[in-house]
Design a protein around this ligand. Sequence first.
Ligand SMILES: NC(=O)c1ccc[n+]([C@@H]2O[C@H](COP(=O)([O-])OP(=O)(O)OC[C@H]3O[C@@H](n4cnc5c(N)ncnc54)[C@H](O)[C@@H]3O)[C@@H](O)[C@H]2O)c1
Length: 318
Amino acid sequence: MPPQHNVKHIKIAIVGAGSVGVTTAYALLLNGLAAEIVLIDIDKNRALGEVMDLSHAAHFAQARVRAGEYEDCAGSAAVIITAGVNQKPGQTRLDLVKTNYALFQDVVPKIAQHAPDTILVVATNPVDVLTHAAHQLSGFPVERVLGSGTAMDTTRFRHELGKYFGVNPRNVHAVIVGEHGDSQLAVWSLATISGMRLKDYCQQKGVEFSEAAMEECSKRTKEAAYEIIRRKGKTNYGVASVLVSILEPIITDADAIMTVSRVGTYGGVEDVALSMPCKLNRHGAHQDVPLLLSKSEQEALRQSALSIKEVLSSLTAS
Ligand SMILES: NC(=O)c1ccc[n+]([C@@H]2O[C@H](COP(=O)([O-])OP(=O)(O)OC[C@H]3O[C@@H](n4cnc5c(N)ncnc54)[C@H](O)[C@@H]3O)[C@@H](O)[C@H]2O)c1
């Protein structure tokens, strides 16, 4: 797809040239969203090998890809953090927290030192806890530190609903909010197709609305990563595409609304990061109007915020 905007001076740095980082670099290249992509990894040899391979793809995409150090983050429109250990089969995202928090204590201050005006986009899990950590460790304003959060889950949810209702997922308006993890919630009260609530859509179509089928869609959404990891050991294509779809409105200043993780107050719980719809533009992620959640959804959001907060507290206590 040819770029519709001027990306001549856009530089994106990716910290972590592992599976997610490299797939994201490749997706960025194919989308023509950056003129320069810098890969930074503690394993310099791995980063160099990936850069050699990617630069042959870059030949067709007219972008420059190179391996770099933290000083090469300078001037980046965004720095994506994908460095860190990955989930093993059976592990939750929260199991990774101690190792990846220590890694963030090392890398985030270096990024902030060399790229004080950039936007940090966190993908490393547990993404909500680490988005909060990146905000604290960088000293950046909240809108310039965001996590991919439930943008991935919202994509999976629309995919499931689109498949069930037989419509293109882009025409399903439904979001997953809260933790990118087990306490996430599907906002059923606001889900629409063709501007109609799901029950009304079914009624107009003359088919029965099935609560059980809806529950199955949200269950498959929540369990998708576990199943993919059980089968292939990691997830990379979905998250890379989601990261690019988060970067696009930042690069093009598009005011697009996506569910990304950001520090704020949610369900009355202060100073915690989780995902709600945010407006994305060149200044970062901005909370738009609050969602009109039902009473039970408000309570589920509060529980999600509390479960993330509990992990945050255990980190600062240890
Ligand atoms: N947010 C999401 O939706 C999502 C989806 C998939 C994976 N993830 C997360 O992304 C992270 C990376 O996953 P992956 O599959 O790419 O793992 P990976 O093992 O393939 O890559 C991780 C990379 O980080 C590098 N690294 C480790 N310590 C570093 C440091 N101190 N500085 C710089 N680089 C360092 C490693 O050398 C490696 O290249 C994991 O935490 C994983 O859980 C998030």
